[in-house]
Design a protein around this ligand. Structure first.
Ligand code: PLP
Length: 331
């Protein structure tokens, strides 16, 4: 991928006023546990409660007049759909969101509330995508992929600009990993600014599509499971055009966490740092608490989103068992 720092700077300008610059705060508790300074990048404070507003706002801002008029369609485990719906509304673009049946109801409601048309189809991300493809072919809508798109990747990369402006001395970035748009953009931008910085991706054990793909040397499909980290579900797309190579080239290490570890990560971020997170945002803390990260500080953890079902979250906060499909998670 042939991008320059100026592309990331242009993306930042394009999303200004839709996405916000988020704070980087100290985590005294994780700093003690990690043995080095640990900071939290609070993407939970974005307008839709997750970083995906950056990529969506940037990609939409780059559409031509015809495409804007016809509208866009996307397929998402929730936060991307919500981000596209929010940015599209701000930019006056009609939007349809296709969701699989695994997406939690709170996320569906949030997308509808933003004025998007919602279509529910299939048992997986890939099946929902087939419906999106049909709408593209029949109604000439523009597809807005959640991660495998250069403008989405560049939008997510603006996080790295902010991180290294706030703290040029950062040695390690710990980033949640699913399709790789977030970590791909962050790694690309961060390493252009500071080549020696280490980028660690963390994802859940069950359905770790990018991790398995990197291991296999090519994009592979994995089974999807219900997870506390539902926003990390889904495959990496086959064919994958951008994020697989980015992750292969720029991500230094990938780490897997169990559902129990994610539970403990969410709980610790809430009880110690008073931050409400969805499971997908807590995987870095989960890996650290599980002793799975050997990092040099100062390190920044991207806390990617807060759009958790609150009943489930309150269960975790109280230390109660949470049921996920075939699995009971106790932490
Ligand atoms: C989408 C998402 C991720 C993963 O981003 P990718 O670009 O798919 O790797 C992580 N956390 C949250 C909260 C998300 O919504």
């Amino acid at each position: 991928m042939d991008f320059a720092l100026s592309d990331i700077l242009a993306a930042r300008q394009a999303i200004d006023g839709i996405a916000r610059r988020t704070p980087l705060i100290a985590s005294p508790a994780l700093t003690i546990r990690g043995g080095c300074e640990i900071l939290l990048k609070l993407e939970t404070l974005q307008p839709i409660g997750a970083f995906k507003i950056r990529g969506a706002a940037h990609a939409l801002s780059r559409l031509g007049a015809k495409a804007r008029e016809r509208g866009v369609v996307c397929c998402s485990t929730g936060n991307h759909g919500r981000a596209v719906a929010y940015a599209a509304k701000r930019l006056g673009v009609p939007v349809t969101v296709c969701l699989s049946d695994l997406v939690p109801q709170n996320k569906v409601e949030a997308i509808k509330a933003l004025g998007a048309t919602v279509v529910r189809r299939g048992k997986s991300q890939d099946e929902a995508q087939i419906e999106a493809d049909r709408l593209v072919a029949e109604n000439e809508l523009t597809d807005m992929p959640p991660f495998d798109h250069p403008d989405v990747i560049l939008g997510q990369g603006t996080i790295a600009l902010e991180l290294l402006e706030d703290r040029p001395d950062l040695e390690t970035l710990v980033v949640p990993l699913s399709g790789g748009g977030l970590i791909g953009g962050v790694a690309l931008a961060a390493k252009m600014i500071k080549p020696q910085i280490r980028i660690i991706g963390v994802t859940m054990e069950r359905g770790a599509a990018m991790h398995e793909s990197i291991k296999a040397g090519k994009p592979v499909e994995v089974k999807e499971y219900a997870s506390l980290a539902d926003s990390l579900g889904g495959g990496i797309g086959n064919p994958n055009r951008w994020t697989f190579d980015l992750c292969r080239n720029y991500v230094d290490e990938t780490v897997l966490v169990s559902e129990d570890e994610i539970y403990r990560g969410m709980r610790a971020l809430f009880l110690d740092d008073r931050i409400v997170t969805e499971g997908g945002a807590a995987v870095g803390a989960a890996a650290l608490l599980a002793g799975k990260l050997a990092i040099r500080g100062p390190a920044a953890f991207v806390i990617s989103g807060q759009n958790v079902d609150m009943q489930k979250f309150l269960g975790v906060a109280r230390g109660e068992p949470v049921t996920l499909g075939d699995l009971t998670v106790k932490g």
